[in-house]
Design a protein around this ligand. Structure first.
Ligand code: SAM
Ligand code: SF4
Ligand code: SF4
Length: 392
């Protein structure tokens, strides 16, 4: 392991230790905050900076917001609230100032494609100078060496690249010709600039598992060294008939029970060990029982008895400043707008509290499709029961 990487990992361990300590210090307040549906500690804020996109992925409809709005509205309805209005640099900086006061430590910039915002590096640098970790989710198309240089010197902490297959043929079949080459160029450029500046940037590859790629996913392991990737995460394709989803209803990619069984078989035994040893594994979001697998094949990942703690610790900001309690919530769940109110006001406002109330247990219809925090929630549910939470 390189010295740089070692230093990065040690710093990460120290940061996590500090975060746990902070959380512990506040722990006595937790039961009352949960009972009263008040936010606990806003650990992470995800900014969707823009709905603009420079790609046309086959299982994502976001690019249509600008390039084919009629078909977008036809498929998803008005409910998604994908306003083209975007917060200005100064407005976002003001929110970052407020987040600093709330001790928020993790800022993600996503979209659409965040690299299309000309102020991305400025925003990363602004958050970095406040001691926050900065993360980008990107398709990598725009990340040339010069751009990577700017990203790294701005203080980027983690670069999440979306790559859905280990070969150009496969990845480009989902995302368009030439995209694979550009994304890999982007990864290598971030690694090279990270070394040049002596700042370790963690590189994660995120792949959307679907019917057409799961047989090839293990080949990613051969790319780890070649590309300079640190981790690899897998999320199932969202093909739900859920109108509120920003994703496309693409039946042909749907994972059926048999596919899920095969994926679980592939990522087991010696292969699983290889992935673990390479530090390349995050847990698969699929269940274990037959009932759960059937449910997963219908694109459902949560249980009616489950609780979700995410709206107590994270938030999502849409390009126009609308605040959502989590990534999956559509427009109708907007809990406030940052042009009208501060994040602190919204965080403990009535709308947020009402949303949280329905997470104990989860009773929002949208939550059925959520796989994002499956494992976190499963670990937290017994804890919440233990501290005797209670809705007002
Ligand atoms: C909406 S994109 C925004 C960031 C950036 N444009 C990108 O592609 O990484 C965020 C993530 O959603 C994933 N995604 C797109 N379509 C999806 C789908 N139908 N189901 C699940 N994830 C999807 C992308 O692969 C990406 O990792
Ligand atoms: S997945 Fe990302 S790159 Fe692809 S269309 Fe959606 S927002 Fe754009
Ligand atoms: S379970 Fe529901 S509230 Fe929790 S993160 Fe998922 S969509 Fe959001």
């Amino acid at each position: 392991m390189s010295t740089l990487k070692k230093r990065f990992m040690l710093a990460q361990v120290a940061r996590n230790r500090q975060k746990r300590l902070n959380a512990l210090l506040k722990a006595p307040l937790l039961p009352s905050k949960i009972r009263n549906n008040l936010g606990f500690y806003l650990v992470a804020c995800d900014f969707r900076l823009t709905w603009r996109c420079n790609s046309q992925c086959i299982f994502c409809d976001i690019w249509k917001v600008y390039r084919d709005p009629d078909s977008y509205l036809r498929d998803h309805g008005e409910g998604l609230n994908v306003s083209k209005d975007e917060m200005t640099t100064e407005e976002i900086k003001k929110v970052l100032d407020d987040l600093e006061r709330m001790k928020t430590k993790n800022i993600t910039f996503s979209g659409g494609e965040p690299t299309l915002r000309s102020d991305l590096c400025e925003l990363i640098s602004y958050a970095h100078h406040k001691g926050m970790s900065t993360i980008i989710n990107t398709n990598g198309i725009a990340i040339t060496e010069a751009y990577a240089d700017r990203l790294v010197s701005s203080g980027l902490t983690v670069a999440n690249f979306s790559i859905d297959g280990p070969t150009a043929e496969l990845h480009d079949s989902f995302r368009g010709k030439g995209v694979f080459e550009k994304a890999v160029r982007g990864i290598k450029a971030i690694r090279a600039m990270s070394e040049k500046h002596g700042r370790y940037v963690w590189i994660n590859v995120n792949a959307v598992i679907n019917k057409k790629n799961y047989m090839s996913l293990t080949q990613f392991i051969e790319r780890k060294k070649e590309w300079g990737v640190d981790s690899f995460s897998l999320g199932p394709v969202n093909v739900s008939e859920n109108e509120a989803s920003v994703y496309k209803d693409t039946e042909e990619f749907r994972l059926e029970v048999e596919d899920i069984r095969k994926i679980k078989e592939i990522f087991s035994g010696a292969t699983l060990k290889r992935f673990q040893e390479a530090g390349l594994l995050t847990r698969l979001p699929f269940g274990d029982s037959e009932e759960e697998l059937q449910q997963n094949a219908r694109n459902c990942y949560t249980h009616p008895w489950q609780y979700c703690f995410i709206p107590w610790i994270r938030t999502v900001v849409q390009p126009n400043g609308d605040v959502l309690p989590c990534c999956y919530s559509p427009g109708e769940y907007v809990v406030g707008n940052l042009k009208a109110h501060s994040i602190a006001e919204i965080w403990d406002g009535q709308a947020y509290r009402m949303f949280r109330k329905k997470c104990k247990p989860i009773s929002h219809p949208i939550c059925r499709w959520c796989f994002l925090f499956k494992h976190t929630n499963e670990r937290l549910t017994p804890f919440l029961k233990l501290i005797n939470y209670g809705a007002r």
